[in-house]
Design a protein around this ligand. Structure first.
Ligand code: SF4
Length: 434
């Protein structure tokens, strides 16, 4: 790798300049172009040059993670966009077709828009407050990523023409909100990816938090996929800003905050090279902890062997496995989704063979409208051989509803929480009948 890495972005407009792509069939490029009219597409020179095995691009996990393909839309939707594009409609007419299809892809799973809190009757549009003790902050300059994941549930934030972006220029309204809500003790910087911002910009937010000096705020978290997509952010030998970023992390820790870097890894291949390993080491040297999370994705990581390798690597690199998610029902989820029952099997067949330090993970979990639903297991009634999912909310809008186990009828095809039927009520009825 060259000493200072220059960040080069590839997107729907310039992706044909990627040298490796030039050798691929024209049909592949055409399909990327059509699908990227609907879904956001962005990658960069590090991903392209160091993470993708171009000899096997069709099954390469990072290629699938970054490059849209035809199967990510329903065939009818794909043909509709392709026809509209080839017909040479006016820009507005074409955009209408695209927007119609985007709205068919459930752009707001789990009612994210209802989580926006109010301060003195004014909505705080760059903030989400769903769980009692934590607020999510979407800094306006952090609403993009170094590359876009094809499965991302926040995809509407990355496409223009839909008025779906969260943003808030000022953090002072947020700190005032936290001051007035003393049960809030964590702030999660999210996006996009807050690590696309310069250390100077992030420092402005952090200094305002320090200045607000809120006694009940003790934890600062950054949700980020920069370790995969641009590890140079944390490598002073390769980036002019990395030293400032690491110093900022150290400053947060020295000020007495618990700093947690929430890293997203979807496949062990993302942790293989020395750049990412050095970046992880440098972050940990600041006193920050690194926790990891990712969904199970068909076509990318739906195999216990992959998860075993991933969690083992993470633990060996000093990270803490945190959440394994079930893919959300938004965007191209038909391409990525797995039935809940199969995800649970993947989890069980992973965790039983991993070492103790990887057993910190909570899994599998669905981020549903009311909260994070943990699938704890599958049980069978020995009397009638009926099967059930045993579940609990590990997070809920109403904290009193957390950690109460409940049952849902087992359904081997169900892929999301709202397709399940709770079983508790009818079991109580049948017991009463006896
Ligand atoms: S890095 Fe995170 S927010 Fe950005 S596209 Fe990927 S999953 Fe979405």
């Amino acid at each position: 790798m060259s000493l200072t890495m220059k960040f080069i972005t590839y997107n729907a407009k310039n992706f044909r300049q990627i040298e490796y792509l030039k050798k691929l069939p024209e049909q592949v490029k055409h399909e990327i172009e059509i699908v990227s009219k609907v879904l956001p597409f962005k990658t960069n020179n590090y991903v392209v040059d160091y993470l993708i095995d171009w000899e096997n691009y069709e099954t390469d996990p990072v290629f699938i993670l970054n490059f849209p393909n035809r199967k990510m839309l329903h065939e009818k939707q794909y043909l509709e966009v392709e026809n509209a594009w080839q017909k040479g409609l006016s820009e507005q007419e074409f955009q209408n077709v695209v927007n119609k299809i985007r709205l068919q892809l459930n752009p707001h799973p789990a009612n994210q828009l209802t989580n926006v809190p109010r301060l003195d009757n004014q909505p705080l549009p760059g903030v989400q407050h769903k769980y009692r003790d934590i607020v999510l902050f979407f800094p306006s300059q952090g609403q993009t990523c170094h590359a876009h994941c094809t499965f991302c549930f926040r995809w509407p934030q990355f496409v223009k023409d839909l008025d779906l972006q969260f943003s808030m220029r000022e953090i002072d309204m947020l700190t005032e909100y936290i001051k007035r809500n003393e049960h809030v003790h964590e702030i999660l910087f999210t996006g996009g990816d807050p690590m696309v911002m310069s250390p100077l910009t992030i420092a402005k937010y952090i200094d305002q938090i320090f200045e607000a000096d809120i006694p009940h705020l003790d934890t600062i978290r950054f949700g980020s996929k920069s370790l995969t997509y641009w590890p140079f952010t944390f490598m002073p030998d390769h980036s002019d800003e990395a030293d400032d970023m690491l110093k900022l992390f150290r400053r947060i820790v020295d000020k007495g905050y618990h700093l947690s870097f929430m890293a997203h890894f979807n496949h062990p291949v993302e942790m293989e090279n020395s750049a990412v390993q050095e970046a992880i080491y440098n972050i940990r040297q600041t006193g920050a902890e690194v926790r990891t999370q990712a969904p199970v994705l068909k076509n990318i990581n739906d195999d216990p062997q992959i998860w075993r390798e991933m969690w083992t690597k993470q633990v060996n690199l000093g990270m803490v496995p945190y959440y394994m998610f079930i893919e959300r029902e938004t965007g191209p989820y038909a391409y990525f989704e797995k039935p809940i029952a199969e995800v649970y099997d993947i989890y069980r067949n992973t965790i039983k063979y991993t070492g103790s330090l990887a057993k910190t993970v909570t899994a599998p979990v669905m981020s549903a409208s009311m909260g994070k639903v943990h699938v704890m297991g599958v049980i069978e009634n020995p009397l009638d051989h009926q099967k059930y999912f045993m579940m609990q909310y590990v997070r809920h809008r109403n904290v009193e509803e957390t950690y109460k186990p409940f049952l849902a009828h087992y359904d081997e095809k169900a892929t999301w929480f709202d397709q399940l039927v709770r079983a508790d009520a009818d079991m109580i009825l049948s017991l009463e009948k006896e």
